[in-house]
Design a protein around this ligand. Structure first.
Ligand SMILES: [Mn+2]
Length: 468
């Protein structure tokens, strides 16, 4: 390894990456001898470097399975029809234009909690993000206030979200109590489908035109959508700042309609290396303090969600499981703010490692150390046992590229959703989202809107910084 190994040697944790993943998953029919020379898999043959120290509780040093087996498992199941939801409703999402006027984005009676970020939301949804347009939102005072406001909202949330889509979303709590004689906020009466979203990685145009469009461009008369993002908002793609600022603004204004989980890239040791640091510095006049503040917000992001739908309960998380995680409810007891700071107990540290970093494999039963250098590879029995102990039907996670945008493994107990189409401008993969409605669970696949991939990478981000 070249410069990459030098960089990561300075990282006490999460070192070698990560850059194995999201692992390349071949489309159905493609030769299962995946080209492991692709940039994602550059470390596959080499294994972890001996220069890296082992984080407490993560058990590094065991022999590592090759990620090839993981990829092959995904290939076999990708596009198969043997899963329980064999008649999944899969549609290809059409083109969406930036909205000319989104009003309050959500329909009445879902009102913005503060209102002060609605102009920012409307501005960013127009997707004018060229260097000449940035002055309107890459403002340090605005971004600082937004980060502080979203931290206040996120810190009100537990480490384990509980999202019940069988009931209408609760009314937002107004910033100040209504004045005497003013009507209290009216709670929504319609049940809102939940849109579950995988990795974004700075592909802002794809997020707006295929994910958020599910709300702003929905057919007339259909209910508002709720959104659950499973992390990896930043790094690799060029517009992590725009992704965060739009989602933070939506989170502040509509805290019960937009939920954000932490991914492994929402971490200073990862986002320092894989593009976000450079992006923030460039967009905020060389100032590095905004990157620090964004990373402070990351520590407030919840770790997982329990989703209650009419016919099923499932977990959403960025990566996956840990052998030390007994059941899902234990996540709620973890002080997520201490993760990575050295003061969290080793068991909890290991559990969060798994939540953010783990990957499934169909070729093993239990747990192995993950070749990414952090987290675990978990097998089919691990998933089934965890679902049984936690009263879940399946787990839903992101973190790995799938050519179809989503992929079942573990006898359909483990679902991967990946929402960055044509990832990094290189892989011609579809993105997908899952829509959980009253009774049904469906997928929307989409191709890249353009402008979100490698072609837009700022020249200041060396290719090797992304893919080494
Ligand atoms: Mn990830």
């Amino acid at each position: 390894m070249s410069s990459h190994s030098e960089e990561v040697t300075n990282s006490p944790k999460h070192s070698e990456e990560e850059d194995n993943g999201p692992a390349y998953v071949a489309p159905p029919g493609e030769d299962s001898e995946v080209d492991t020379t692709l940039p994602f898999t550059g470390n596959n043959g080499g294994g972890p470097s001996s220069t890296h120290s082992s984080p407490a509780g993560s058990g590094r040093g065991v022999s590592l399975p090759r990620v090839d087996s993981l990829m092959n498992a995904a290939i076999l199941l990708d596009g198969s029809t043997n899963h329980a939801e064999g008649d999944d409703d899969v549609t290809v999402d059409g083109d969406h234009k930036p909205p000319s006027d989104v009003g309050n984005f959500f329909s009445a009676p879902i009102q913005p909690a503060k209102g002060k970020y609605m102009d920012l939301i409307r501005l960013l949804l127009k997707m004018n993000v060229s260097a000449a347009d940035r002055a309107g939102y890459c403002d340090k005072d605005l971004a600082t206030e937004l980060c502080e406001d979203v931290m206040d909202v996120l810190n009100e949330e537990p480490s384990l979200l509980n999202i019940d889509i069988t009931a209408p979303p609760p009314a937002a709590t107004p910033a100040t109590p209504p004045a005497a004689g003013t009507a209290a906020p009216v709670a929504p009466t319609a049940i809102s489908p939940l849109v579950v979203v995988g990795d974004i990685h700075g592909q802002f145009h794809d997020m707006v035109t295929h994910v958020l469009s599910q709300q702003y461009d929905r057919p007339t008369g259909t209910p508002d959508k709720r959104f659950l993002f499973m992390g990896d908002f930043v790094d690799r793609g060029p517009h992590g700042v725009e992704v965060l600022m739009l989602l933070f603004a939506l989170k502040v204004e509509f805290p019960h309609m937009v939920y954000m989980l932490r991914g492994n890239h929402e971490d200073s040791q990862t986002s320092r290396i894989y593009g976000f640091f450079t992006e923030v510095r460039d967009k905020f006049d060389g100032d590095e303090t905004m990157w620090c503040l964004f990373n402070t917000v990351f520590c407030s992001l919840p770790l997982a969600a329990k989703v209650i739908a009419p016919r099923r309960k499932f977990m959403c998380v960025h990566g996956g499981l840990s052998p030390l995680l007994g059941d899902l409810d234990e996540v709620g007891g973890i002080n997520r703010h201490e993760y990575g700071g050295g003061s969290l107990d080793p068991t909890s540290e290991s559990i969060v490692d798994g939540l953010l970093w783990s990957d499934p494999s169909d070729e093993m039963d239990d747990f192995e150390q993950n070749e990414r250098g952090c987290g675990y590879i978990f097998g089919v029995d691990a998933t089934k046992d965890f679902c049984r102990r936690s009263g879940l039907d399946f787990i839903c996670r992101a973190h790995q590229l799938s050519m179809e945008g989503y992929c079942y493994t573990h006898d359909d107990k483990c679902l991967t959703v990946f929402s960055a189409p044509n990832y990094c401008g290189l892989h011609d993969n579809k993105g997908a989202i899952m829509v959980v409605d009253g009774e049904s669970l469906s997928f929307k696949q989409f191709t890249s809107a353009g402008n979100g991939g490698a072609a837009q990478l700022p020249a200041t981000m060396p290719w090797s910084r992304f893919f080494s």
